[in-house]
Design a protein around this ligand. Structure first.
Ligand SMILES: NC(=O)c1ccc[n+]([C@@H]2O[C@H](COP(=O)([O-])OP(=O)(O)OC[C@H]3O[C@@H](n4cnc5c(N)ncnc54)[C@H](O)[C@@H]3O)[C@@H](O)[C@H]2O)c1
Length: 337
């Protein structure tokens, strides 16, 4: 934690004192060019990811960047191409992959425990984005790329790619329900032109069909990042509202004992060593998923292994976000190259 950049001197100084950084600046170039810095973590609003990330890569740093990677596919592809050219290790912040029950789901699918996958449903629903929520960059298409689709749906899309496979065709409906929002601190309203709810059908590589959805006006839903994956031999269900649990139905169970069972995250699973006590269900949550992500990235840096999700995955998700918006606009299926 050498140096932190913020938008103004005052914000930077406060952040450095609060978080314990060695120094601060209101010019992010002082971070990306600092020879003593090895890893740059870009956590600015989405439209301010590209320039610092590329500058850091050009200075030979490993780069962590929040999701979605960029506010459009062109910028995301450029970021990925610079990462490829410089050979740098990169991370895009799809942290939910490293919630232990999600990692377990992926292992079970890869081992064939669900058989042939026919259907996956992946949603991310929250309820903070109603009309009371003030205007910010998140509600400007040119800065955020999209609304709920980019903010929450990017995680849901990444989940489908991580668990089952790459989407090849999409057919979507994206809707704006709140066309104007209050300017912060002001008495005026300005237009909000992004999607508040987006639902998409996807055909995946390998033949499965996915339903992918995002909403920030899903009344009552707090962090309902959930998925169900159905295959010929079994089904799994997960919701981030119960992050220590994975529901599993196996068609191989004896008929008299068939039914969904709850697998509790515990010491037997990957990341189980992070539990303070040795009992399952003692608790893992959002923060653990971020810590697991940073832990694995540092291991990859030290050991020279590949890290995923990288800027490649970030670019693919940006590509899919644009295809979803195009499909909704055209009211037609769109092929994703
Ligand atoms: N992975 C996750 O779970 C997760 C969760 C929340 C946000 N995000 C992502 O993180 C990013 C930031 O989101 P947020 O809600 O924190 O946004 P935000 O609007 O709160 O801004 C983040 C910070 O960037 C600072 N900033 C703005 N301009 C700057 C500049 N020129 N130089 C340095 N700092 C500057 C702001 O002052 C603020 O402290 C977005 O891309 C978002 O999608 C990811």
């Amino acid at each position: 934690m050498k140096v932190i950049a913020e938008a103004t001197d005052e914000l930077a100084k406060n952040a450095a004192e609060r978080l314990g950084f060695g120094s601060w600046t209101s010019d992010w170039r002082r971070v990306t060019a600092d020879p003593s810095v090895q890893i740059v973590d870009v956590m600015t609003p989405t439209y301010l990811h590209k320039d610092p990330a590329i500058d850091a890569l050009e200075h030979g740093k490993a780069v962590i960047c929040e999701k979605p990677l960029a506010s459009n596919e062109r910028d995301a592809r450029e970021m990925y191409e610079v990462a490829k050219r410089t050979g740098a290790k990169t991370l895009v912040g799809f942290n939910y992959r490293r919630t232990p029950a999600v990692t377990l789901a992926r292992q079970m699918i890869a081992k064939g425990e669900l058989g042939r996958i026919s259907h996956v449903r992946s949603h991310f629903m929250e309820d903070w984005g109603g009309p009371q929520f003030p205007l910010s960059w998140r509600f400007r298409p040119e800065q955020a790329g999209a609304g709920a689709l980019a903010d929450l749906g990017s995680h849901a899309i990444d989940m489908v790619r991580y668990l089952v496979g790459e989407p090849k065709e999409v057919c979507a409906a994206a809707e704006n329900f709140i066309p104007e929002r209050m300017v912060p601190g002001g008495k005026t309203k300005e237009p909000s032109r992004v999607d508040d709810v987006t639902m998409t059908l996807m055909r995946l590589e390998g033949g499965a069909i996915a339903e992918v959805g995002a909403s920030w006006i899903a009344t009552g839903r707090k962090v309902q990042l959930d998925f169900e994956v159905q295959g010929s031999e079994g089904t799994i269900y997960f919701t981030m509202e119960r992050p220590n649990e994975l529901q599993f139905y196996s068609a191989r169970d004896p008929k008299e004992a068939s039914g969904f069972r709850t697998i509790y995250f515990g010491p037997a699973h990957k990341y189980g060593e992070t539990l303070l006590f040795s009992s399952a269900t003692m608790g893992t949550g959002y923060v653990d998923s971020v810590m697991n992500q940073m832990h694995d990235f540092l291991l990859a840096l030290g050991g020279g292994e590949e890290y995923s999700p990288s800027f490649y995955d970030g670019w693919r998700v940006n590509r899919l976000i644009e295809a979803v918006l195009e499909s909704s606009k055209k009211k037609a299926w769109v092929t994703v190259a």
